[in-house]
Each structure stands twice: as C-alpha cells, then as structure tokens.
Design a protein around this ligand. Sequence first.
Ligand code: G6P
Length: 468
Amino acid sequence: MPADFVVVANRLPVDRIVGPDGAEEWRTSPGGLVAALEPMMRSARGAWVGWPGQPDTELEPFEINGIDLVPVSLSADEVADYYEGFANDTIWPLYHDVIAPPQYHREWWDAYVRVNRRFAEAAASIAAQDGTVWVHDYQLQLVPQMVRDLRPDVTIGYFHHIPFPAHGLYAQLPWRDQVLTGLLGADVIGFQRAQDATYFLTAVRRRLKYEVKGSNVAVPTVDGGTRSAVARAFPISIDTAPYTELAARPDIRARAQEIRESLGNPSKILLGVDRLDYTKGIRHRIKAYGELLEDGRLNVEDVTLVQVASPSRERVDAYVHLRDEIELAVGRINGDNDTMGHTAIRYLHQGYPREEMVALYLAADVMLVTALRDGMNLVAKEYVATRADNRGVLVLSEFTGAADELRQAVRVNPHDIAGLKDAIMEAVEMSPAEQSRRMRSLRRRVLENDVTAWSDAFLRALSEVRSR
Ligand code: G6P
C-alpha cells in the first residue's frame, strides 16, 4: 500500500539477530536516530526504508510495532565500500573536522552512488501521490535529488544528524559538487546548529554559484526556472517520556542504588556513555581523570569513573586503533590506582538496554560529555531528563550541538586537558544548591524541547516551502 509519509534512513529501526541455533529475532537497533524517530512513526502511520544491518539479507517488507518496514539489501562488498568505506571512513571523519584522516577512494564513491540510488528507488516506489519523503543523515546525501528525479510530485525533507564542516575542509571532498546537488534535491535541508547551515550555504554559494538569500537557495530547475530550498537549524532532541518514567520507577531507583554499592559506595560517581568513536573525546576524558588521580586531587577510594563504550563500526581501522588506545589507557590507570576494594575506571565495552542506562544516569553524580565534535549528543539530554531531583552535574563540550542549548552545563574545551581537569573538579565539588540551580534550567530546556517539538518544527517548515 502506498505510504503518505516515508522515512528513509541507513538503518531500519530494528536489527535482525540470528542465534546459534538459527532462531531469528528482531531487536531495536542502537543510535540516536532510532530513538528520535520511533515515537513519531508510531503515531503517524508511515513506512521506513532502511538496511536491516547485515549483509546479503533479502527481505520482503514487514510490519513491526505499527511501522511498515521496507528493507534495502546490501551485499558484503557494499557494506565494506558504501557503509564502512564512504559513509564512515570518508564522510564521517571529514564532517567531524578531520579528527581522523578521511580516506578518498573512487570505488567507495561508486558504491555510495549505487546504494543511494537503491534507497531512492525504494522510497519512490512506495510513496503515495503528493506524499512526503523524509531522508536522514550523511549516508544518504544523494537520495533527495534522486527521489525528486523519480517522483517530482512528492515533498522531500532531509535532516543531517552530524556536523557540516567549514568550506576549507569540505572543499577536500573530490565529489563536493555532486553531494551539494544531491542534498539540494530536498525542499528543506535541516541541520543541528545554525553554524552547520551557514557552512552548507557558504559551500553552495561558492561551489555551485546558486543565489542564496538568508536560509533560501534558488535551485535551478530543468525548465530554466528556479525553485526554493530552505537550509536551517532544527536541533534534535530525545523522546523525554521514557526517561522521566523510568527514572521514577522504584525498581530502577533500587538498581541505581545497587550499582553504587557494587562500585564500593564511592562518594562521587563520574559517568561517560558513548559509542566507541574517536569523535567522542574518550581519550581526553580518561587522560584528565588519570592525571587528577595522579596529582592527588581525586582519590580512588572516593571516586569512580564508569565508562560505557558501546561497540561501533568495528571493522573500520580508525575504530580498531581507538579501541586499542582506550583499553591501554584504562589498563594503565587502573593498574596504577586500583585497590582491592575500589577501581579507578569501570570500563564496559558493551551496549545496555534503556532501563540499565537510566539506572546508571541516576547513580551518576557527574556526567562527562567531552566530544571533540558532535552533531548534537543526545546522551547529555538523556542524563538531564532523568535528574528529577535537580541533583547532578553535566560537564559538556562546547563542540557539541547540545552546547548551543544547554547553557547551564559546565562547559569545557576537551583539547585543554588542564581546563578539563578543573571542570571535573568544579563538578565534583559543586554545592547542592548550585547543582540544583543549573539542573533546573537544563531540565526546563530539555523537557520543553523534546523530539516531538523537533519533528513538528521540521515538518511545518516542509509544508511552508511546498505551499509557496
Ligand atoms: C550517529 C549517526 C547515525 C548512526 C549512529 C550509529 O548517531 O548520526 O546515522 O545510525 O551514529 O552508527 P551506525 O554506524 O552504527 O549506524
């Protein structure tokens, strides 16, 4: 049946897990994107086009939790060249300010074009007449124009979940003009920060020479005229309800207490929660913390750092190296500082269900978000959403999208290790009254601007452009 509302994202909101006995089950896949879109897809019935998460999986469309899922199959070579290659070893490092060196390979680009076309064809074949197609993220930047070519009747939105780089960096991309043209197939191109939209519009003006006025781009059409595309910021957020509800549940609160006890009841628990990614500043955080122990400003009997680093993109070289570096650093710090009863860093290279994450948030006195570059960082917002007693301190890197909104966090430049150490001490020593003053304001911001407000704002902008 044709769908009025089609979401196109690299991943379906589920993973197919096949057990050793061959039994199959579907599980919700990790990542902020899924968390952000799931509630909206349930309320407005639509279809979701995406990859099931494993190579060579040919599946018919199916339904789960009221969402029609349309699987797009990728071969093992396409996973290597399109997903691990062009998306995660070219675009990802380039768009995160070249924290790791981007790799440019023509065969990866060819696979990116081919796979983007497959997603576009799937979306074009299920979208209802005059329907809406909402494309997500950097894996699919060519899809908006491809869908427009196939289906000029539909309204097309694109949201970019990661940063967009300054022109001086963007200009490195050998296919820079094709990517801009692909994105400009959308009626509305959404970014996390105003800065990202500005960088994109600068690239459009400088490279394609299109006329740009405010957030509007005059995009040339085949008939010799122009149409208007809008590029501006729509900062994403979380579905706050499950976090506030879980945080109030007695069993989750008991679990938080149990976690504290199992860590030896330290007076302060510091927490980091990240995908194991070089953009997250995990090394910087661990270094600063290790030096505080070494300097004697913190004591392992009183403080523990819990670092959850969920496995991610494990076949990409930069991620393999990062894991080795982090695990070496954690091993050294623990070796130097642990006692029989207390550990400096409880490092967990695992993913956890939301219930356990909320218990961890409740157990943590200080949340450390020290990303070197991050489109938004939803973990910061999740922590704030769970802190109903207005206690706890968020240490937040100024290089995250969240820093634009969460002004009452303790802001840090993670490259400045001395400054990061001072910020950690400020958080550890902060008075309850000051914690409460800051957390109250952070909570207001997060609870008022949840993911529904975000998608409403984006879809409103989309209908405004279309009705012009
Ligand atoms: C980031 C990206 C998402 C991606 C997620 C998990 O949040 O913006 O598009 O889904 O990371 O990464 P993965 O490579 O596992 O999909």
